[in-house]
Design a protein around this ligand. Sequence first.
Ligand SMILES: Nc1ncnc2c1ncn2[C@@H]1O[C@H](COP(=O)(O)OP(=O)(O)OP(=O)(O)O)[C@@H](O)[C@H]1O
Ligand SMILES: [Mg+2]
Length: 286
Amino acid sequence: MSMDTSAFDATAHALSLRDVEVVYPDGTVGLRPARLSLASGSFVVLLGPSGAGKSTLLRSLNGLVQATAGRIEAAGIGDIHARGALRRHRQRCAMVFQQHQLIGRLTTLQNVLTGRLSYHSTLRSLWPLPLADKRLALDCLDRVGLIDCALKRVDELSGGQQQRVGIARAIVQQPRILLADEPVASLDPATSMRVLGLIHSICKADGITAVVSLHQVDLARRFADRVVGIGGGSVVFDGPPGLIDESVLAAIYGAGVPAPRVPALPAWLDMESVQRHRGALLEAAR
Ligand SMILES: Nc1ncnc2c1ncn2[C@@H]1O[C@H](COP(=O)(O)OP(=O)(O)OP(=O)(O)O)[C@@H](O)[C@H]1O
Ligand SMILES: [Mg+2]
Protein backbone atom coordinates (compact mmCIF):
# COMPACT_ATOMS: atom_id res chain seq x y z
CA MET A 1 0.00 0.00 0.00
CA SER A 2 1.42 3.38 -0.90
CA MET A 3 0.25 6.67 0.47
CA ASP A 4 -1.22 9.54 -1.50
CA THR A 5 1.08 12.38 -0.59
CA SER A 6 0.07 14.69 -3.42
CA ALA A 7 -1.71 17.19 -1.20
CA PHE A 8 0.88 16.97 1.52
CA ASP A 9 3.95 19.13 1.96
CA ALA A 10 6.57 16.55 2.84
CA THR A 11 9.02 19.22 3.98
CA ALA A 12 6.63 20.57 6.60
CA HIS A 13 6.46 19.47 10.18
CA ALA A 14 3.73 16.89 10.53
CA LEU A 15 2.83 18.22 13.95
CA SER A 16 3.81 21.25 15.98
CA LEU A 17 3.04 21.85 19.62
CA ARG A 18 3.16 25.45 20.68
CA ASP A 19 3.26 25.78 24.45
CA VAL A 20 0.73 23.00 24.87
CA GLU A 21 -0.36 22.47 28.45
CA VAL A 22 -2.86 19.97 29.82
CA VAL A 23 -4.46 20.45 33.22
CA TYR A 24 -7.11 17.84 34.02
CA PRO A 25 -10.44 18.96 35.49
CA ASP A 26 -9.38 17.82 38.98
CA GLY A 27 -6.37 20.18 38.79
CA THR A 28 -3.72 17.53 38.02
CA VAL A 29 -1.11 18.87 35.62
CA GLY A 30 -0.74 16.22 32.90
CA LEU A 31 1.64 18.20 30.72
CA ARG A 32 3.56 21.41 31.42
CA PRO A 33 3.87 23.87 28.51
CA ALA A 34 5.62 21.93 25.74
CA ARG A 35 7.06 23.15 22.47
CA LEU A 36 7.87 20.49 19.89
CA SER A 37 7.92 20.23 16.11
CA LEU A 38 7.82 16.72 14.68
CA ALA A 39 9.41 16.32 11.26
CA SER A 40 7.28 14.66 8.65
CA GLY A 41 8.11 10.97 8.29
CA SER A 42 10.14 10.79 11.49
CA PHE A 43 9.86 8.04 14.09
CA VAL A 44 9.60 9.78 17.45
CA VAL A 45 9.72 7.86 20.73
CA LEU A 46 8.36 9.29 23.98
CA LEU A 47 10.28 7.94 26.96
CA GLY A 48 9.39 8.48 30.56
CA PRO A 49 8.41 6.79 33.81
CA SER A 50 4.85 5.96 34.80
CA GLY A 51 2.78 9.10 35.37
CA ALA A 52 5.26 11.32 33.49
CA GLY A 53 2.68 12.48 30.94
CA LYS A 54 3.36 10.29 27.86
CA SER A 55 -0.28 9.30 27.31
CA THR A 56 -1.39 12.85 28.01
CA LEU A 57 0.93 14.20 25.33
CA LEU A 58 0.00 11.46 22.83
CA ARG A 59 -3.72 11.83 23.39
CA SER A 60 -3.53 15.61 23.09
CA LEU A 61 -2.11 15.11 19.58
CA ASN A 62 -5.43 13.80 18.29
CA GLY A 63 -7.67 15.76 20.63
CA LEU A 64 -8.62 12.80 22.85
CA VAL A 65 -7.31 14.99 25.66
CA GLN A 66 -8.05 18.67 25.35
CA ALA A 67 -5.05 21.01 25.65
CA THR A 68 -5.96 23.66 28.23
CA ALA A 69 -3.42 26.13 26.81
CA GLY A 70 -1.35 26.46 23.64
CA ARG A 71 -1.96 25.20 20.11
CA ILE A 72 -1.42 21.99 18.19
CA GLU A 73 -0.94 22.38 14.45
CA ALA A 74 -0.98 19.62 11.85
CA ALA A 75 0.43 19.93 8.34
CA GLY A 76 -2.24 20.82 5.82
CA ILE A 77 -4.80 21.41 8.57
CA GLY A 78 -3.48 24.08 10.93
CA ASP A 79 -4.91 24.36 14.43
CA ILE A 80 -6.52 20.97 15.06
CA HIS A 81 -9.13 22.55 17.30
CA ALA A 82 -10.27 25.09 14.71
CA ARG A 83 -13.84 24.64 13.43
CA GLY A 84 -14.18 21.42 11.45
CA ALA A 85 -10.46 20.60 11.67
CA LEU A 86 -10.52 17.86 14.31
CA ARG A 87 -12.56 15.42 12.22
CA ARG A 88 -10.21 15.79 9.24
CA HIS A 89 -7.17 15.53 11.50
CA ARG A 90 -8.45 12.35 13.18
CA GLN A 91 -9.03 10.74 9.82
CA ARG A 92 -5.32 11.19 9.04
CA CYS A 93 -4.17 10.26 12.51
CA ALA A 94 -4.42 6.58 13.47
CA MET A 95 -3.90 5.18 16.95
CA VAL A 96 -2.49 1.90 18.26
CA PHE A 97 -3.25 1.07 21.90
CA GLN A 98 -1.46 -1.04 24.50
CA GLN A 99 -4.51 -3.24 25.08
CA HIS A 100 -5.35 -3.43 21.35
CA GLN A 101 -8.99 -2.28 21.91
CA LEU A 102 -10.23 -4.97 19.52
CA ILE A 103 -13.75 -6.38 19.48
CA GLY A 104 -13.22 -9.98 20.63
CA ARG A 105 -16.31 -11.60 19.12
CA LEU A 106 -15.60 -10.18 15.62
CA THR A 107 -13.23 -11.71 13.10
CA THR A 108 -9.78 -10.32 12.45
CA LEU A 109 -10.94 -8.90 9.11
CA GLN A 110 -14.01 -7.23 10.65
CA ASN A 111 -11.80 -5.65 13.29
CA VAL A 112 -9.45 -4.27 10.65
CA LEU A 113 -12.41 -2.94 8.68
CA THR A 114 -13.49 -0.80 11.64
CA GLY A 115 -10.44 1.32 10.75
CA ARG A 116 -12.32 2.40 7.60
CA LEU A 117 -15.40 3.66 9.42
CA SER A 118 -14.19 7.26 9.67
CA TYR A 119 -14.35 7.41 5.87
CA HIS A 120 -18.09 6.72 5.80
CA SER A 121 -21.19 8.40 7.17
CA THR A 122 -22.74 6.79 10.24
CA LEU A 123 -25.59 5.48 8.12
CA ARG A 124 -23.30 4.05 5.42
CA SER A 125 -21.20 2.26 8.01
CA LEU A 126 -24.24 0.24 9.11
CA TRP A 127 -24.20 -1.49 5.70
CA PRO A 128 -21.51 -3.85 4.44
CA LEU A 129 -18.45 -1.79 3.59
CA PRO A 130 -17.39 -1.49 -0.07
CA LEU A 131 -15.31 -4.21 -1.69
CA ALA A 132 -12.41 -1.75 -2.06
CA ASP A 133 -12.30 -1.42 1.74
CA LYS A 134 -12.22 -5.21 2.13
CA ARG A 135 -9.38 -5.51 -0.38
CA LEU A 136 -7.45 -2.82 1.47
CA ALA A 137 -8.09 -4.54 4.81
CA LEU A 138 -6.83 -7.87 3.42
CA ASP A 139 -3.79 -6.10 2.01
CA CYS A 140 -3.05 -4.64 5.46
CA LEU A 141 -3.51 -8.04 7.11
CA ASP A 142 -1.04 -9.45 4.61
CA ARG A 143 1.47 -6.74 5.50
CA VAL A 144 1.34 -7.69 9.18
CA GLY A 145 1.58 -11.40 8.27
CA LEU A 146 -1.92 -12.37 9.37
CA ILE A 147 -3.76 -13.03 6.13
CA ASP A 148 -4.34 -16.65 7.22
CA CYS A 149 -6.19 -15.43 10.32
CA ALA A 150 -8.57 -13.09 8.47
CA LEU A 151 -11.69 -15.11 9.28
CA LYS A 152 -10.69 -16.22 12.78
CA ARG A 153 -12.29 -14.62 15.80
CA VAL A 154 -9.81 -12.08 17.07
CA ASP A 155 -10.03 -13.31 20.67
CA GLU A 156 -8.54 -16.62 19.50
CA LEU A 157 -5.26 -14.89 18.57
CA SER A 158 -2.16 -14.50 20.74
CA GLY A 159 -1.28 -11.14 22.32
CA GLY A 160 1.39 -10.43 19.68
CA GLN A 161 -1.00 -11.36 16.87
CA GLN A 162 -3.72 -9.15 18.36
CA GLN A 163 -1.33 -6.22 18.42
CA ARG A 164 -0.54 -6.89 14.75
CA VAL A 165 -4.30 -6.71 14.08
CA GLY A 166 -4.27 -3.36 15.91
CA ILE A 167 -1.50 -2.21 13.56
CA ALA A 168 -3.45 -3.41 10.49
CA ARG A 169 -6.55 -1.55 11.74
CA ALA A 170 -4.45 1.61 12.07
CA ILE A 171 -2.80 1.41 8.63
CA VAL A 172 -6.05 0.55 6.82
CA GLN A 173 -6.96 4.12 7.70
CA GLN A 174 -4.07 5.21 5.40
CA PRO A 175 -2.91 7.68 8.03
CA ARG A 176 -0.23 10.33 7.76
CA ILE A 177 0.41 10.17 11.48
CA LEU A 178 0.45 7.11 13.71
CA LEU A 179 0.18 7.50 17.47
CA ALA A 180 1.01 4.42 19.51
CA ASP A 181 0.65 4.42 23.30
CA GLU A 182 2.94 1.72 24.72
CA PRO A 183 2.11 -0.66 21.88
CA VAL A 184 4.47 -3.36 23.17
CA ALA A 185 4.07 -3.00 26.93
CA SER A 186 2.10 -6.27 27.26
CA LEU A 187 4.42 -8.36 25.09
CA ASP A 188 7.54 -10.40 25.83
CA PRO A 189 10.90 -8.85 24.79
CA ALA A 190 11.31 -10.84 21.54
CA THR A 191 7.71 -10.17 20.42
CA SER A 192 8.09 -6.50 21.43
CA MET A 193 11.09 -6.19 19.16
CA ARG A 194 9.24 -7.81 16.24
CA VAL A 195 6.03 -5.80 16.70
CA LEU A 196 7.85 -2.48 17.08
CA GLY A 197 10.05 -3.39 14.09
CA LEU A 198 6.87 -3.97 12.09
CA ILE A 199 5.42 -0.57 13.07
CA HIS A 200 8.75 1.06 12.21
CA SER A 201 9.11 -0.59 8.80
CA ILE A 202 5.52 0.18 7.76
CA CYS A 203 5.81 3.83 8.85
CA LYS A 204 9.10 4.23 6.99
CA ALA A 205 7.74 2.53 3.84
CA ASP A 206 4.61 4.71 3.78
CA GLY A 207 6.18 7.96 5.01
CA ILE A 208 4.00 7.96 8.11
CA THR A 209 5.09 10.17 11.00
CA ALA A 210 5.08 8.02 14.13
CA VAL A 211 4.87 9.06 17.77
CA VAL A 212 5.30 6.04 20.00
CA SER A 213 5.51 5.93 23.78
CA LEU A 214 7.71 3.24 25.28
CA HIS A 215 9.21 2.16 28.58
CA GLN A 216 12.14 0.33 27.03
CA VAL A 217 15.22 2.49 26.48
CA ASP A 218 16.85 -0.21 24.32
CA LEU A 219 13.94 -0.19 21.87
CA ALA A 220 14.04 3.61 21.73
CA ARG A 221 17.76 3.46 20.94
CA ARG A 222 17.15 0.92 18.20
CA PHE A 223 14.21 2.47 16.35
CA ALA A 224 13.84 6.18 17.18
CA ASP A 225 14.99 8.98 14.89
CA ARG A 226 14.32 11.23 17.80
CA VAL A 227 13.59 10.72 21.47
CA VAL A 228 11.47 13.04 23.57
CA GLY A 229 12.06 12.40 27.28
CA ILE A 230 9.29 13.35 29.67
CA GLY A 231 9.70 13.63 33.43
CA GLY A 232 7.13 15.03 35.85
CA GLY A 233 4.97 16.40 33.02
CA SER A 234 7.82 18.34 31.37
CA VAL A 235 9.87 17.67 28.27
CA VAL A 236 13.33 17.17 29.78
CA PHE A 237 15.14 15.82 26.71
CA ASP A 238 14.67 16.19 22.99
CA GLY A 239 17.28 14.78 20.67
CA PRO A 240 18.64 11.80 18.76
CA PRO A 241 18.91 8.47 20.63
CA GLY A 242 22.72 8.59 20.37
CA LEU A 243 22.73 11.42 22.93
CA ILE A 244 20.98 9.37 25.62
CA ASP A 245 23.49 8.82 28.39
CA GLU A 246 23.30 8.31 32.13
CA SER A 247 22.66 11.98 32.84
CA VAL A 248 19.80 12.11 30.33
CA LEU A 249 18.29 8.96 31.84
CA ALA A 250 18.60 10.49 35.30
CA ALA A 251 16.80 13.62 34.07
CA ILE A 252 14.00 11.53 32.56
CA TYR A 253 13.61 8.91 35.24
CA GLY A 254 14.67 11.03 38.23
CA ALA A 255 14.72 8.89 41.35
CA GLY A 256 14.12 5.83 39.16
CA VAL A 257 17.79 5.82 38.11
CA PRO A 258 20.30 5.47 40.93
CA ALA A 259 22.24 8.70 41.46
CA PRO A 260 25.99 8.56 42.18
CA ARG A 261 26.59 7.86 45.85
CA VAL A 262 27.88 10.96 47.70
CA PRO A 263 28.77 10.58 51.37
CA ALA A 264 26.92 12.89 53.75
CA LEU A 265 29.03 15.94 54.58
CA PRO A 266 29.65 16.79 58.23
CA ALA A 267 27.33 19.58 59.39
CA TRP A 268 30.26 21.76 60.54
CA LEU A 269 31.72 21.96 57.03
CA ASP A 270 31.83 25.59 55.82
CA MET A 271 32.78 26.79 52.34
CA GLU A 272 36.34 27.58 53.38
CA SER A 273 36.87 24.03 54.66
CA VAL A 274 35.28 22.64 51.49
CA GLN A 275 37.77 24.59 49.36
CA ARG A 276 40.65 23.49 51.55
CA HIS A 277 39.71 19.80 51.56
CA ARG A 278 38.29 19.69 48.02
CA GLY A 279 40.64 16.96 46.81
CA ALA A 280 39.99 14.71 49.79
CA LEU A 281 36.23 15.22 49.55
CA LEU A 282 36.15 14.40 45.84
CA GLU A 283 38.21 11.31 46.53
CA ALA A 284 35.76 10.25 49.26
CA ALA A 285 32.79 10.81 46.97
CA ARG A 286 34.24 8.62 44.21
N1 LIG B 1 -8.23 11.73 33.30
C1 LIG B 1 -7.36 12.19 34.21
N2 LIG B 1 -7.74 12.96 35.23
C2 LIG B 1 -6.87 13.43 36.15
N3 LIG B 1 -5.54 13.18 36.10
C3 LIG B 1 -5.09 12.40 35.10
C4 LIG B 1 -5.96 11.85 34.11
N4 LIG B 1 -5.22 11.12 33.24
C5 LIG B 1 -3.94 11.21 33.67
N5 LIG B 1 -3.87 11.96 34.79
C6 LIG B 1 -2.66 12.32 35.55
O1 LIG B 1 -1.77 12.99 34.67
C7 LIG B 1 -0.42 12.62 34.93
C8 LIG B 1 0.19 12.05 33.64
O2 LIG B 1 -0.48 10.83 33.36
P1 LIG B 1 -0.23 9.99 32.03
O3 LIG B 1 -1.28 8.96 31.96
O4 LIG B 1 -0.11 10.92 30.90
O5 LIG B 1 1.21 9.34 32.33
P2 LIG B 1 2.02 8.23 31.52
O6 LIG B 1 3.39 8.77 31.31
O7 LIG B 1 1.25 7.84 30.33
O8 LIG B 1 2.09 7.02 32.56
P3 LIG B 1 2.06 5.42 32.29
O9 LIG B 1 3.46 5.07 31.84
O10 LIG B 1 1.74 4.84 33.63
O11 LIG B 1 1.03 5.14 31.25
C9 LIG B 1 -0.47 11.62 36.08
O12 LIG B 1 -0.26 12.35 37.26
C10 LIG B 1 -1.88 11.09 36.03
O13 LIG B 1 -2.32 10.68 37.31
MG1 LIG C 1 0.38 6.06 29.66
